[in-house]
Design a protein around this ligand. Sequence first.
Ligand code: 3H9
Length: 703
Amino acid sequence: MSEVVSYELRENIGVILVNNPPVNALAQEVRLGILNAVNAAQEDASQAIVLACEGRTFIAGADITEFGKPPKDPGLPEVLTAIENSSKPVVAAIHGTALGGGFEVALACHYRCASPSAKVGLPEVKLGLLPGAGGTQRVPRITGVQAALDMITSGNPIRAVKANAMGLVDEVLADEDVVGGASEYTKGLIEAGAPLKRIRDITIDPSSLEPDFFDNARKQLARRARGQIAQDRIVSCLEAAVNLPIDEGLERERELFRELVVSPESAAMRHIFFAERQAAKIKDVAKDTPLRPIEKVAVIGGGTMGGGIAMCFANVGIPVVLLEINDEAIGRGMGIIRKNYTITVQKGKLAEDRMEERIGLISGTTSYDDIRDVDMVIEAVFENLDLKKEVFGKLDTVCKPGCILATNTSYQDVDAIAEATSRPKDVVGMHFFSPANVMKLLEVVRGAATADDVLATVMQIGKKIGKVCALSGVCYGFIGNRMLGGYGREAQMLLLDGCTPAQVDGALEAFGMAMGPLAMGDLAGLDVGYKARQARTDLPDDPKLYRMGTLLVEMGRHGQKTGTGFYKYDPETRKRMSDPEVEALIIEEAGKMDIEQREISNDEIIARCFYPLINEGAKILEEGIAQRASDIDVVYIYGYAFPVAKGGPMHYADSVGLKNVYDKICEYRDCYGEEYWQPAPLLKQLAEEGKSFAQWDAESGVA
Ligand code: 3H9
């Protein structure tokens, strides 16, 4: 048929096999191959057709790299029409993950069977898209509208057994021999004279829905949209599925898919899809670097961070020893772990016996003797270099040769920590984000001596525990926290210039940030930043700098924990409210410093807060701290809740245009001073050359 699709008659069954590694994406040759095979099967002696895939998975969707390029025939809808109109039953044989366009292919088939471990799903929303080949029209015809809405707006995959109960899959096969099992199942259909079951023939009864069902769905989804429009368009498609004949519904779906595929949100989200996968690759570490086996882990420090890290490993079945200074601390740590798991159980996301199994994998100790046999240690003690060095000195004496010694430090010098051991090549940074069992980002910090196999192993184990990994070199704050400085600084400067806290946070939240920086400061505790600033010697001596944050702490307003900070908080609901007292104080302080307050636009708030961050990102790139601009985007999306619909700060800068960003930074430099606004040489260079960070990545050979 073609290089990527084969067809052969096996007894009375025509078997179509797709073989387009790694994930059998629906590239043009695959679409053409399936179309030709279905047409060929109409003419031969087959009585039914099985559509299956080689390799690790059934079709995992459209080929995302083709989006944004001129379409090539045949389009997917044409292929699906040929399948649906086949005069012989077509049976999808699903293994691995049938996702997006892949599952839509299966839905156009007359029957679907799946191996026990298979999953099906429509994850397009995670790429800022909607299922564009009938998913929004066919799924609600099977599952009803509410279940379809949940499935398509969440994008989460569904296991075979559940999919079977929902009617999305007709048969769960006995084992993983999917072609064999599907062929047997198909023979049964032939013998029974099973009809050509087309999902399109099912009608949805509109009276089964509340009159305001779609309005309510839109309102609920808008709350978590954060700049994404796909959810809203998915609701429109489901509305069409209920109210229009299927062909008109399919047409409506195509129209809205076309709108989304050219949207900046989808471009940003597709950028992150590939960026996330790139970030795990280290340019000078060979792909086939042998990995160190990690079968048992120790975590030093059972506080919030250490406990969360221990949970990450227990969740994937890896035993963890939690080392603390005394039994009381162990008890406290284990208590927090149990509490966290209990919340997950209460939410219905974890079965109680699974919780006990996981907790059973975590054991507490106060003795370094008990970690002699572990393959990896992650230190999560207090942020103090001397303390960390002391811990690593001890680890060096007890840990077995080859054990990976990782520090979870957020700021300390990984090289200085490594020097406290006789084996700096085994030392690496694993910077988890709080809460460690929830946040997806893992900054992997490469010390001057860190061995390649340590890095490769940490990247692999990071993926195993569900993290998105990005490599950072050693510097103060690594990639993420280093870039954050200017963001928080400007948020406070803007207050003196004329904004209220609600205006600053409101503009950034409207941009898509989960929480503005001032509200975030209140949540984390304003005293934390205050203490950290006092310990620093590199900050300019400027009374304007962090003026409001400092003043509020000195007034005892430490944020949410004291009930007041930049805002005041309802003691019962913790709802944040503007505080006229703070607003008056800001005006008074600005007056004392002769700052003339003025109206400030949301655009200025966004530029003043994000451009320093982008500028620092450019410095980080040219210093080689980050491998790629896209890695920085990954850090911000997964570690700092930067809106995915904006694609991360560097992608956002590209979308604004680096020349525009550079010019604004120069304007702010002239207005607010060089100590805060010093354009990065790389930003200047790219702006002058009319290039983007994405081009820099491509030209540096790291993309
Ligand atoms: C769609 O279908 C639209 C339709 O409704 C309408 C059409 C008209 N395309 O993730 P991995 C690459 S939208 C191109 O590391 P895993 C990936 O970049 C699509 N490439 O493996 C990576 O490349 P590299 C809806 C793709 O085992 C390699 O494959 N579908 C695609 O951890 C391995 O990927 C989705 O959104 C693709 N569709 O996970 C599913 N998928 O090695 C997207 C992967 O060079 N895919 N690649 O870095 C996934 O969720 C995961 O890849 C999957 C495997 C779960 C399948």
